[in-house]
Design a protein. Structure first.
Length: 227
């Protein structure tokens, strides 16, 4: 039985990955480093900001310590907020799927590697910010995707409000990267890979179903994944 759908945010609800890419490079400018676009999408896309900075620090030998990480993430966040206010877009098909799920009384949540402030900022411009029962953000976990910590916390939130127990297989996750799909699989949830960032062929081994556009999915298809 389909009881809940949990959305990733970047690359699923909002086309914000290009903004993250720009913000990271703006923050890296003082270090004299720029991440090539191909490397960002191949190596860093699925990480939380915290994990991404750690890997960038290693890959480019920046010599940053823990306090430097915190300052870097703060500056990157400031650049992101400025970009989001002028450039952010909601991905086509997302609103249609959310409306369909709400009409069928399916509970909705978000589990993202983005920071809570970034998510709320972009949701505020979406027109459906009140659709989601909860948000699990990078601020809430120690380990980012592909670790299942975020999705396990999402399940806890679903089961904390007295609406009856929800089992992992009754939760359907929508992700655009293999990191997120791996995290959801490790939490024993059902998965849809939406081909906004990677091809359907690339995502197929990591999920039960793929889609080019979320608006193409029917409630019957989604319910069938959670039997």
């Amino acid at each position: 039985m389909l009881r809940a759908v949990i959305f990733d945010f970047d690359g699923v609800i909002a086309d914000s990955e290009p903004l993250h890419f720009k913000a990271f490079n703006l923050a890296l400018d003082r270090h004299g480093v720029a991440i090539p676009k191909e490397k960002y999408y191949a190596d860093y896309l699925g990480f939380s900001d915290k994990d991404c900075v750690r890997v960038i620090n290693r890959d480019f030998n920046l010599g940053m310590g823990f306090e430097d990480y915190e300052e870097f993430i703060r500056r990157k966040g400031e650049f992101f907020d400025k970009l989001a206010l002028s450039e952010s877009t909601i991905i086509e098909g997302t609103a249609e799927m959310i409306n369909m799920l709400r009409q069928n009384s399916v509970r909705l949540g978000i589990c993202s590697g983005a920071l809570i402030g970034e998510i709320k900022l972009m949701l505020s411009m979406s027109g459906f910010s009140d659709a989601f029962e909860f948000i699990v953000a990078a601020d809430d976990v120690e380990k980012g995707k592909p670790d299942p910590e975020g999705y396990l916390l999402a399940l806890e939130k679903l089961n904390s409000n007295g609406n009856g127990p929800t089992q992992p297989h009754e939760c359907l996750v929508v992700e655009d990267s293999h990191w997120g799909l791996e995290a959801a699989g490790a939490a024993r949830m059902r998965r849809i890979g939406v081909a906004n960032t990677y091809s359907e062929e690339f995502l197929e081994p990591f999920c039960e179903m793929t889609a080019k556009n979320l608006a193409d999915l029917t409630i019957e298809q989604l319910q069938g994944l959670c039997l």
